[in-house]
Every structure is written in C-alpha cells, then in structure tokens.
Design a protein around this ligand. Structure first.
Ligand SMILES: [Zn+2]
Length: 113
C-alpha cells in the first residue's frame, strides 16, 4: 500500500518539525499533484489510521489536489483530465503537453503555540 508508506513519511517529517519547534499540532495541509499517482482518499485513510497515536495524534488533515492539465495540440484546449487517462477531454487526442503537480508536498502545519 503506497499511500501507507507516504503517510509514514509525512509522519516523520512532521515529527522532525515539531522536535525543532515544539507545539500542539492542529492540522496538516497537504498538496497532492495530479500526476503524482497518489490517491487523496487512500492517503487520507492511511493518515487517519496513523494519527491514532504518535506525533500525528489528534491532528486533522487537509488535502488539496493540484490537478493535472493537458494542453491539446490538436484543438488547443486546456483541460484537466482524470487520471489515468491523460488525453484531451475535448477531442480525445493524446497529442499534447501535460502539466501540473507530480509531487506530494506538505504545504503547511497549523499548530497551537
Ligand atoms: Zn483536443
């Protein structure tokens, strides 16, 4: 389960951050790129499982999707295709340029001082 190991990674990054600057963790804001292959719902479930104890205990999670974009070379339209079919939603062409996030990032941590 890919998302579970990502959740563990997020946990260790958050733990390091909190070790440097102790505070009570309220919320973790994440950004998931549309090309990252990460399923936001699966990641959320994994995080909820992990946050039962440890550094993430009691924290909430917010996941923002940085959707993939597809600039079609045939009709010129810019669409946001649904993975795994990165083709033009207007004309169905596969000839175009993909854009958008390919990473998973921790955007910010909300803490109580
Ligand atoms: Zn097109």
């Amino acid at each position: 389960m890919h998302e579970f190991s990502l959740a563990k990674e997020i946990e260790s990054i958050v733990a390091l951050t909190l070790a440097e600057k102790p505070a009570r963790l309220i919320q973790v804001n994440l950004v998931v790129g549309g090309l990252s292959g990460v399923l936001p719902e699966a990641l959320l479930s994994a995080l909820e499982l992990i946050s039962a104890e440890g550094p993430l205990k009691g924290a909430k999670f917010s996941i923002r999707e940085d959707k993939a974009t597809f600039k079609c070379k045939s009709c010129g339209v810019l669409t946001t295709p649904q993975p795994p079919f990165f083709c033009c939603e207007q004309c169905g062409s596969w000839d175009g340029e993909l854009g958008g996030g390919s990473e998973l990032n921790i955007e910010s941590l909300e803490v109580e001082q």
